[in-house]
Structure formats: C-alpha cells, structure tokens
Design a protein around this ligand. Structure first.
Ligand code: NAP
Length: 319
C-alpha cells in the first residue's frame, strides 16, 4: 500500500491519516482542496465512479465562474488538479466497510485498511432505477442512465427519456444532437423541470412529450426495440417503438455503507448540522450524500468546503 524510499513516503498515503475523504465529486474534491491547504494531506478515495455525476455530465451551465459553461469531465479534472497541487492524494479505490466506533476510524477498501482521525463522507448519489421488466436485462443494450456516455450510439435513432425534472430535459436536449426523435415520458401532466429548460425543450423540433404516461416494460428481443407505455388517465397501454430508453428519475444517496452507523433521514441522506457534522464526532458529510434539498454542483462544492473547515477545526480541538 505504501512506497517508502529512504524513509520518505512518495506520493502514497501514510497508514494513519488526519483526514480521509470518501468521494471525488465536487463535494469531495472541494473538501480536499481546503483540507490540503490546511496541510492535512487528505487521502481521497475516488469511489466506484471517479468524478461522480459531474464527470458524466456534458456541459454544466450554472456553476459560478464559467459564463460559457464547462464540460463536466473538465471540471472534475480541474478540481482534482487543484486538490493535488496542495498535497491531496487521490487513491482509486472504494471503501467497502467502515468502523467508526472509536478514533482512529478504520476504513477498509480494495487497496487495504486505512486509519484516520477525521472522515468526510462525500459519496454522492446514484441514478434511481425504474424497476420494471427489461430494465436490467437491456442495460447497455439500449437502456442508459447517462446521455453523455451513450448518446452517440443513438445517431439517427428514436429514444425515450423517462422523467420530468431538469435532468430529463437537459439530457433529452443533449440527445437531440444524435437521435432523430426524443420522446420525454413523464408520469404527470405537469413537468417538474424549471422554466428555461422547459422552454428550450418545447421549442426543440426533435423533442415530443408524452405526459401522464408510465413506462411499464422495456422490450427486445436482443436490444431495446419498444416499450410498453400506459396512459395513467385512460389506463390504456400502447407498445411504442424505441431504440433506446434513458432513465432520469432522480437519484438515491450512496450511503448504504453508513446505515445503522450515522444518523440518516428516511431516504438515506446522512443528517448533518450547519457545520456538516454527522451524529459521530469527527465524521462530517457533504454533497448529495447529505443534501436532499439543493443537489447542485455549486452547493455540493460549498458543503465540501464547509466540511473540510469543520474537520480542520475538530482536529485542532483534539490537541
Ligand atoms: P428530480 O427533480 O427529482 O426529478 C425526477 C423526475 O423523475 C420527476 O419528474 C419525477 O416525477 C420523475 N420520477 C421519479 N420517480 C419516478 C418513477 N419511478 N417513474 C417515473 N418517473 C419518476 O430529479 P432530477 O431531474 O435528476 O434533478 C435533481 C436535482 O438536480 C434538482 O434539484 C434539479 O433542479 C437539479 N438539476 C438542475 C439542472 C440545471 O439547473 N441545469 C440540471 C439537472 C438537475 P414527479 O415530477 O411526478 O415527481
């Protein structure tokens, strides 16, 4: 786990850390910038999806300071570079278990066991599933949760986008670069998305809306060819042709590792106070793992900064 040359640790984590950060989304990396600048040499475990949802987003138009928008992958790369510049170490592994009963806390990952005096949980959130027949079977064969990753496979094809929030519309608009038609399927007759995206989607000639409709089955045989869609007011089910189904129906926090260990709300968001403190002293949480309300890139980064400042103060008080 460690490479030591003449007694000097080179670019590798020490066995006992002052601060470990779980996650490399905007919350984790913003925390890493601050913790590194406080000379705590944070170790950041990248998790199963390095960069989190940001890295999978094509363009982010509402992150302050980028008037022309910034590509998600570029923002991730810049945040990581900034954190590393001040001494953060990013390790490409995921925590598989945690023991927070006493300090130093113990974090087990594929690359071994780490001990740390303070922990920042920034494990983010993952796309919610529809849980309907065909969804798992055709994942990667027409079913996708990431337009940036998979959109180009649908050049000249018809795709369905499930969801009525900002993500569904934003990703649906992105898919119009490739697809011949994008059908946004929403379960209610009113979209949840904000005005700007709604206007843009409504004005796009490739987008059509199928409201008050739920997708009940995704059908093949070998890859997605159609969906069974039911109109919730008439109760009528139609089989509609589709080459792809993109699902954007929200996210669930990645906090299973902390169930029964940290206080959480009924949806699994870690409860934090105004200083990002969790129910365990020395453990802080930031970003979408702890934010059922705002879930924006900028708010996640802000929570990460707050968590790092609190962790720094907590460490200072322990002496
Ligand atoms: P969201 O706002 O929670 O919307 C989820 C959508 O999926 C809702 O329309 C919901 O329907 C629908 N849905 C949920 N479960 C469903 C199910 N089982 N079957 C069918 N439909 C289902 O999630 P989001 O769009 O991912 O956005 C999350 C947050 O990120 C929001 O705060 C959003 O503003 C923000 N965001 C902002 C931007 C931007 O500003 N450019 C872009 C993307 C995301 P109901 O409406 O009926 O509940």
């Amino acid at each position: 786990m460690q490479s030591i040359s003449n007694g000097i640790t080179v670019g590798k984590p020490a066995p006992e850390q002052e601060i470990i950060i779980l996650g490399t989304g905007p919350a984790g990396l913003a925390a890493a910038v601050y913790a590194a600048r406080a000379e705590r040499k944070p170790l950041v475990l990248a998790g199963p999806e390095p960069g989190g949802q940001v890295a999978l987003t094509y363009t982010i138009e509402n992150y302050p300071g980028f008037p022309d928008g910034i590509q998600g992958a570029d923002l991730y790369a810049l945040l990581q570079k900034q954190a590393e510049r001040f001494g953060a170490i990013v390790e490409y592994s995921s925590a598989s278990s945690v023991d927070l009963k006493s300090t130093p806390f113990r974090i087990t990952s594929e690359s071994g066991e780490f001990r740390t005096r303070a922990l920042i949980v920034a494990t983010g959130a993952s796309p919610r599933l529809l849980n309907i027949p065909g969804e798992i079977e055709f994942r990667g064969k027409g079913v996708s949760y990431c337009a940036t990753c998979d959109g180009a496979f649908f050049r000249g094809k018809q795709v369905m986008v499930v969801g009525g929030g900002d993500s569904a519309l934003e990703e649906g608009l992105f898919l119009t670069r490739f697809a011949s038609q994008v059908t946004i399927v929403h379960r209610r007759n009113e979209l949840r998305a904000g005005r700007i995206l709604r206007d843009r989607a409504e004005q796009n000639p490739k987008i059509r809306f199928l409201l008050e409709t739920v997708v009940e089955e995704i059908r093949g045989p070998d890859s997605v060819k159609s969906v069974a869609a039911r109109n919730v007011s008439s109760g009528k089910t139609d089989i509609l042709p589709a080459d792809g189904v993109f699902v954007f129906i929200g996210h669930d926090p990645n906090t299973a590792l902390f169930r029964g260990i940290l206080d959480m709300d009924e949806k699994g968001y870690v409860r934090v106070d105004d200083r990002m403190r969790t129910s365990v002293p020395g453990v802080f949480a930031a970003g979408e793992a702890a934010d059922p309300t705002f879930r924006q890139v900028a708010t996640s980064a802000g929570m990460g900064v707050a968590a790092a400042i609190s962790a720094e103060r907590w460490l200072a008080e322990q002496h």
